[in-house]
Design a protein around this ligand. Sequence first.
Ligand code: NZQ
Ligand code: ZN
Length: 388
Amino acid sequence: MLGNFTYCNPTKLYFGEQALDRLSGELENYGPQVLLVYGGGSIKRNGLYVEITAILKQSGKKITELPGVMPNPTVDKLYEGMELARKKKIDFILAVGGGSVIDYAKALSVSVHCESDPWERYYLKMRRINNPVIPVGVVLTMVGTGSEMNGGAVITNTQTKLKIGRVFGESVFPKFAIMNPKMTYTLPQYQMVAGFYDIMSHILEQYFSGTDDNTSDYVMEGLLKSLIHSSLAAIEKPQDYEARSNIMWIATWALNTFVAKGKSTDWMVHMLGQAVGAYTDATHGMTLAAVSMPYYRCIMKDGLPKFKRYAVQVWNVDTQGKSDEQIAAEGLTAMEAYMKKLGLVLHLGELGVTEAMLSGIVKGTFILNGGYRKLTPEEVENILRESM
Ligand code: NZQ
Ligand code: ZN
């Protein structure tokens, strides 16, 4: 049964090869002082920087640049951006990049006018927003997080080794997102497939929860089938527009709040992945890939009917003469084979996790209620150990 909910998604999307042409029209809605936020330089190497700065100048904007947003953006970088945005009296933030750049821009948008320490107020204490928010626009260059159409903003504190995902409300959703699949062609294969798994994990962590008959579960099975099909095509031929455009669209729907409405969710794989990320600074999607199989095998019996349904609906497992448990386990085996085919990291050791880090990672893992049951700290440790 669907629970009660309110649904509103205020982000306007421009999708396709000509999407960037729509940027100038959007810029008319905002003031002259634009903060251009980007990462470590990929947009300079692929020509996007030149295109975007030209559009900003033609639109009469005064550009302040904030480069160097790192994967898994840090609190220190947030403080640096706050100082700059205050000094330049920024009216609008344009984020050009992947999830890290977009998340950072959103965190900055609520932090610039925050009168206290935003890390403490909005992340450690999870307080509601009580100050003006600077509008954010997005040009997406990496597919996976769904950050282009949601209120999520994950920030890492490297001193305390805490990586915290805050989900803000509608006021922090990007005002618009420009999504041209071709802008993702220059991604290295490692980042591309990490993004594919991030999408899969977002879907699964909403799917593996609850036993009710829920429309979202059927939608997610469709998204998963399309993702599996297109991701296998994309690793064969990375510039397959059909595959890359489908994947870009799936990523947005996987985490734009739509499929979660009226439904319970899990999110333990992300909690484990974030704790690993805080210690290693590893690529987000790979941290999820490394912990997923041990986690799902640990909770499979608790959510057996859904794991069986997943095996049958998504992986076409033949049910003839098999127990529910065998069917469910075969589904997970098929998923593992697919992950290997994509070239995902399945062992934490490959991400730089050492034995000495394990107890800290266990402590840094926020244990949520889960889709079927809550893990104990011992189980968290076992899952991490199994992945080593
Ligand atoms: O920094 P540059 O030079 O731009 O290079 C980036 C970066 O090194 C590169 N890249 C991006 N687009 C490229 C490109 N390289 C070549 N060509 C392009 N077109 O890719 C690298 C990774 O980028 P990043 O933005 O870090 O990746 P991703 O999109 O996976 O974002 C990860 C961050 O998002 C958070 C994660 O925790 C992590 O901090 N998440 C945000 C969520 C949300 N807002 O809802 C949910 C997710 O679950 C996730 O937690
Ligand atoms: Zn994710």
